[in-house]
Write a protein that binds this ligand. Structure first.
Ligand code: PMP
Length: 475
């Protein structure tokens, strides 16, 4: 499927797959206005850079906006494009720059390490990697102990590693995943991704069963929480009994479905899921790539909000605050079940580990989790108020500073409106606010700023969004 066939980009300024990253801006103006390729010109050279991008990058590599922008500088929760326009960053490079942009302490740690040694590989001892593993295993919700960590270069690679560990350990190629999930771009990861907009191939090394997504706004049973009895969770037993051998390698799920549109399960969901998995002795892997490191406010890890201890977690994005690093943190018996050698040349390299360690310290010292809770709750409340007042706002959901706003043609039909999401994104951009997009239908706005934002920043985002909702509704 082509990236822009999902219905998300039609008739709109933003092109691309339904789930979060609008696709190629093939129709973006590209009129060569300004553009000296070096950041000069009326648009900071973006139009000229877009032409070059189109010529040499794959056409499915998504760009936001009718006129895509180049971000050339950042500071805290603010970024600037090549033309010098300032934006409040409410997407954080896809839920990644959790500590904010250009944090002096982190830059210092990185520079200091770069001046010593950048790369050695894992065939030599790496002190910062071992220290990072100690920190992460200490912080992790994984049970039972002992717990170990393995580092790689991205979220996708961490997912692959977790799948390798679980399938080896259990001697099974069966995995249970959720519908509407996203886990990455490799064969294994897309094999467990339940979203056609992000499934460019059906080839898979795994035998996958898809359980229902706990997507209350579009309940697969047409029920309403809490009268539903969380039937989507209870259905897992039937999925195991009818679509697996009864002994799959693992179930994997995001505590909040990120690319899927910040779909936030009801409080009982993961408790019920875990107890059914325990009945069958099936391990549980939490994909914390978006939900980790305090983002969801209630807890350091998204899954902790649900009172569940997974057998493994996968993390990336916020761990490196922009540095390419991912990790699996799992019970040692699962991780140590690999019998052949395995290696990641770059995984846990001195630069990435040092930076991630400094970032972790910063997250804890600055009490970002509490901040995400406090500012996130206020933001959620103000946006809920807009849900009442604007018919185009179908549902506001999320936890902490991970808030989704699902847009619809009207509250009655609840028909997804990707066009409205595109318009809101363009208006916000014009008014200096960057937000993300996602959802199976490309109609969910995603707010996931760096956790350094202030109450004033949150208020400004709400004000901008309200203006955009008004414009879209009255169009
Ligand atoms: N899991 C989840 C939940 C994600 O959101 C992502 C990236 N959006 C990945 C895995 C893959 O991470 P990466 O893009 O770093 O490979």
């Amino acid at each position: 499927m082509r990236a822009d066939e999902s219905g998300a980009g039609e008739d709109s300024a933003v092109r691309g797959p339904a789930a979060g990253l609008p696709g190629p801006a093939r129709d973006a103006s590209g009129d060569g206005e300004g553009g000296d390729g070096g950041g000069g010109g009326a648009n900071g050279g973006a139009a000229e850079l877009l032409e070059r991008h189109r010529a040499v990058m794959p056409n499915w590599l998504a760009l936001y906006y009718k006129d895509p922008i180049e971000l050339v500088r950042g500071e805290g929760a603010r970024v600037w494009d090549g033309a010098g326009k300032e934006y409040l960053d409410f997407f954080a490079g896809i839920v990644t720059t959790i500590s904010g942009h250009v944090v002096p302490k982190l830059v210092e740690a990185l520079t200091e390490q770069a001046n010593k040694i950048a790369h050695t590989s894992t065939v030599y001892l790496i002190r910062p990697m071992v220290e990072l593993a100690e920190r992460l295993t200490d912080l992790s919700p994984v049970e039972p102990s002992p717990v170990k960590a393995f580092f790689v270069g991205s979220g996708t690679e961490a997912i692959e590693a977790a799948l390798l560990f679980a399938t080896n350990w259990r001697r099974s190629n069966e995995i249970i995943a959720l519908r509407n999930s996203y886990h990455g771009r490799s064969f294994g990861a897309i094999g467990i991704t339940g979203n056609k907009g992000w499934s460019p191939s059906s080839f898979s090394p795994l035998n996958v069963s898809y359980a229902l997504s706990p997507y209350c706004y579009r309940c697969p049973f047409g029920l309403t929480y809490p009268d539903c009895g969380v039937a989507c969770a209870e259905d897992l037993r039937n999925v195991i009994e009818t679509t697996t051998t009864g002994e799959p390698a693992a179930m994997i799920a995001e505590p909040i479905q990120g690319v899927g549109g910040f779909v936030t399960p009801p409080p009982e969901y993961f408790g019920i899921v875990k107890s059914i998995l325990d009945e069958f002795g099936i391990p549980f892997i939490a994909d914390e790539v978006q939900t980790g490191f305090g983002r969801t406010g209630e807890a350091f890890w998204g899954i902790e909000s649900y009172g569940v201890h997974p057998d493994a977690i996968v993390c990336a994005k916020g761990l490196g605050n922009g540095m390419a690093i991912g990790a699996v943190v799992s019970r040692a018996d699962m991780m140590d079940s690999i019998k052949a050698n395995s290696i990641s040349t770059f995984g846990g390299n001195p630069l990435a580990s040092t930076y991630a360690l400094a970032n972790l310290d910063n997250i804890v010292e600055q009490r970002f989790q509490e901040r995400a809770y406090k500012i996130g709750n206020a933001l959620y409340r103000d946006l809920k108020d807009l849900e009442e007042r604007y018919d185009v706002v179908g549902e506001v959901r999320g936890k902490g500073l991970m808030i989704g706003v699902e847009l619809v043609t009207d509250g009655e039909s609840k028909a997804p409106s990707a066009a409205a999401a595109n318009q809101v994104m363009e208006i916000c951009k014009e008014r200096g606010l960057l937000i993300g997009r996602g959802g199976l239908y490309g109609n969910v706005l995603r707010l996931s700023p760096p956790l350094v934002i202030t109450e004033d920043d949150a208020a400004r985002a709400v004000e901008t969004l309200e203006f955009a909702f008004g414009e879209v509704q009255n169009a």
